[in-house]
Design a binder for this molecule. Sequence first.
Ligand SMILES: C[S@@+](CC[C@H](N)C(=O)[O-])C[C@H]1O[C@@H](n2cnc3c(N)ncnc32)[C@H](O)[C@@H]1O
Length: 201
Amino acid sequence: MDNEQLVRTVEAMKKYAVEKHVPIMEDDGIEHLTALLREQHPQKVLEIGSAIGFSALKMAEALPDATIDTIERDQERFAKAVGFIQGSGFKERIRLYHGDALEFDLELLDRSYDAIFIDAAKGQYERFFEKYEVLLNKGGVIYCDNMHMHGMSAMHIKEIPRRKRTMIRNLSAFKETMINHEGYETKLLDIGDGIMICKKL
Ligand SMILES: C[S@@+](CC[C@H](N)C(=O)[O-])C[C@H]1O[C@@H](n2cnc3c(N)ncnc32)[C@H](O)[C@@H]1O
């Protein structure tokens, strides 16, 4: 594998994300996530919300034996992800799918993921969980980023901008669901913007 190719691709992705306002994970968030994944050592990872393929590429780099399947609904971002991954040196281990994850045909995916990373529309996390958790192996882990919603999850509802309230309510409800879920052991880690890890029992 050509490390220069990887470094060049990561730099180009970051530059594109800034120029086009694409919300990719920040350095500390991705470092924490990949550290957790290295500890878990999954062979098959599913990501909901690829954007331009940045976190998929960083996960593939951190997990040399793993394959990463990732779904993105935005056509332009998906096309960009395809281009970036093609030139990254990691195209054999990253499969990019275009579509709305809430309507996606599960038959197109594997049935046995060891890890699922949810990083798409924040207000829909519970729906993603309900749809995709059937694909997760026992002992597998679901990772969710941005659980603190840039500090908004700790604010009183009236302090939160009106247009974000439903999303914050949904995210809090999802947190509660997972904490009380008998089939999962859930931890909320106070790192980055809050990473929730839910292990399937
Ligand atoms: C925060 S970005 C993902 C960033 C990416 N994981 C990274 O760090 O490189 C969220 C992405 O999820 C996509 N998305 C939102 N809802 C989706 C859905 N229902 N199905 C598929 N993709 C979705 C958005 O278009 C957006 O590109």
